[in-house]
Design a binder for this molecule. Structure first.
Ligand SMILES: *[C@@H]1O[C@H](CO)[C@@H](O)[C@H](O)[C@H]1NC(C)=O
Ligand SMILES: *[C@@H]1O[C@H](CO)[C@@H](O)[C@H](O)[C@H]1NC(C)=O
Length: 247
């Protein structure tokens, strides 16, 4: 009997590596948090939130916006100030008001979302890595887009796990943590409860898959249709694939 229980558990855990099906009666995630720091990548944030906002009209959900600090400036600026990021010196961006910071984060988060962008290797990334490391054990799901997986990797959460990142900065991000099984050909990757999407529009496909797995494909299909979006629902479809030691 004991052997059977152990064997069943082993088979179940092996199965979970290869399937993205949520447990049939698992409580649905309610509390979502998005980390936002200046210089986040716009589509990583809004491509993801667009579908989650639609989902929240059918299922009860709550969104928190978590900034590194709300003391120095509660506004998260999307307009790059550095010459390197904005050589044309354009005044072209916007501000968002954070609801929380890393020292006073939202309680009982179910899902943490992490966008990519230049911030992921800047000074704000250090506190983000510490926060992600601390909050991860209490999360149901951790979800990143683009270089956001670099933050997850630096927190040690992806060691010996499969993950991807955007292909434009693939080498730079993957070098941050070689212990990760970085997948070079993937629109998105799921390993256990950690989701990582490649860059930009890949986040739109990954979040539609997330909603399909957690809330039901009929909802994803509905949102895809209302967005008039040419969705890619196969995670290995990747015209931007790059070579990786793991593939
Ligand atoms: C975080 O938010 C709390 C509550 O609003 C505030 O007391 C604290 O000073 C903030 N800390 C930082 C680093 O922004
Ligand atoms: C992907 O979409 C196609 C076309 O809509 C559908 O036939 C197929 O079953 C879907 N595949 C998966 C893995 O969801």
């Amino acid at each position: 009997m004991r052997f059977l229980q152990v064997a069943t558990a082993v088979v179940a855990s092996l199965g979970s590596v290869h399937t993205t099906q949520a447990a049939p009666n698992a409580p649905l995630p309610v509390n979502f948090g998005m980390i936002l720091a200046p210089n986040f990548r716009t589509l990583d944030v809004f491509g993801t939130l667009n579908t989650l906002i639609s989902t929240s009209r059918t299922f009860p959900m709550k969104l928190s916006l978590i900034a590194p600090s709300t003391n120095r400036n509660p506004l998260i600026s999307q307009a790059p100030t550095s010459f390197l990021a904005n050589p044309a010196r354009s005044d072209f961006g916007f501000n968002i008001l954070a609801t929380h910071n890393f020292t006073h984060p939202p309680k009982d988060l179910d899902v943490l979302l992490i966008p990519g962008g230049a911030w992921t290797t800047g000074p704000d990334s250090i506190a983000a890595v510490a926060y992600v490391k601390k909050v991860y054990p209490k999360l149901k799901y951790l979800y990143s887009v683009g270089e956001g997986s670099g933050i997850v990797a630096r927190a040690g959460i992806l060691d010996r796990k499969r993950a991807t990142t955007n292909k434009e900065n693939f080498r730079l991000t993957t070098l941050l943590r070689p212990q990760v099984k970085w997948v070079g050909k993937a629109r998105w990757v799921v390993d256990g409860n950690v989701w990582s999407a490649s860059g930009n529009t890949a986040g739109m496909d990954a979040i539609l898959e997330f909603v399909s797995v957690i809330y039901g494909e009929e909802h994803s299909a509905r949102f895809t249709n209302s967005m008039e979006y040419d969705r890619h629902n196969v995670s290995s479809w990747d015209p931007w694939a790059v070579p990786s030691w793991y593939d």
